[in-house]
Design a protein around this ligand. Structure first.
Ligand code: SAM
Length: 222
């Protein structure tokens, strides 16, 4: 694939020590999905930031024209519940807020970070609307809380990505997405390299291709 030889993209992967990592497909995919939201108004956000690699791509796409919001404990994962399986442990994937600020230094002035446990600081941006939101917190509770907060605040055509969707290591996050979207017209479109996305306002067939609950064909045509 030509993007494997994209020098700028490889420089980016190198910056986050991901040149030979497992995340390259999803990084590239997000860089492309962001193009779909170029004309959608609103801010951008990431919930679950780790070292800031995905926020770096979002900020580059924003080109200083939008504000970006970062939510993280900066102390790693919260306590998994039984629904989350046994892959994750509390405190995993911790990266300090200062390290993230350093990684995103070139975008200073165009992002704000909110240290805390999801969803305790969401209310600080309750009046904002969004074009692109990346949710990547691995567990049921914070994934569900993120969807509850951001979904009603998406502008039509805006995109929500859930990085954890359909990973066998993240049964709770996958279930949170499916539970939340069960009676909504949008569904998560699962990606071959893991993760998924929805487009706000775009009716999506269930995974079998048939209209899902509440999606009569008349509604799908509307
Ligand atoms: C998989 S990492 C995020 C990776 C990042 N999105 C990327 O693309 O590189 C998960 C992040 O979620 C954060 N996190 C997990 N549960 C959280 C919670 N309940 N509240 C706040 N942050 C949480 C962790 O601190 C960690 O930074």
């Amino acid at each position: 694939m030509t993007w494997w030889d994209d020098a700028a993209f490889n420089d980016y992967l190198r910056k986050f020590q991901e040149l030979d990592g497992n995340n390259s497909d999803r990084r590239y995919l997000v860089s492309q999905l962001l193009r779909l939201t170029a004309a959608v108004p609103g801010d951008t956000a990431e919930v679950g930031v780790f070292q800031g690699a995905m926020s770096w791509l979002i900020l580059r796409a924003n080109a200083g024209q939008r504000q970006h919001h970062l939510f993280d404990s900066f102390e790693g994962l919260s306590n998994p519940n039984p629904v989350d399986g046994n892959h994750w442990t509390q405190g995993a994937l911790a990266c300090g807020e200062e390290a993230v600020r350093r990684n995103l230094a070139e975008f200073r002035g165009h992002f704000r970070s909110y240290k805390g446990w999801v969803p305790e600081r969401f209310h600080e941006i309750e009046d904002h609307r969004f074009s692109f939101v990346h949710i990547d917190v691995d567990l049921y509770e914070p994934t569900r809380a993120s969807l509850e907060f951001f979904y009603p605040r998406m502008c039509p055509g805006g995109i929500i990505v859930c990085d954890d969707y359909n990973f066998t290591t993240c049964p709770g996050a996958t279930r949170a997405v499916n539970d939340f979207l069960a009676d909504r017209p949008e569904k998560m479109v699962g990606l071959s390299a893991g993760g998924g996305f929805l487009i706000a306002g775009t009716v999506t067939a269930s995974s079998t291709g048939a209209p899902g609950p509440g999606q009569s064909s008349a509604k799908a045509r509307a």
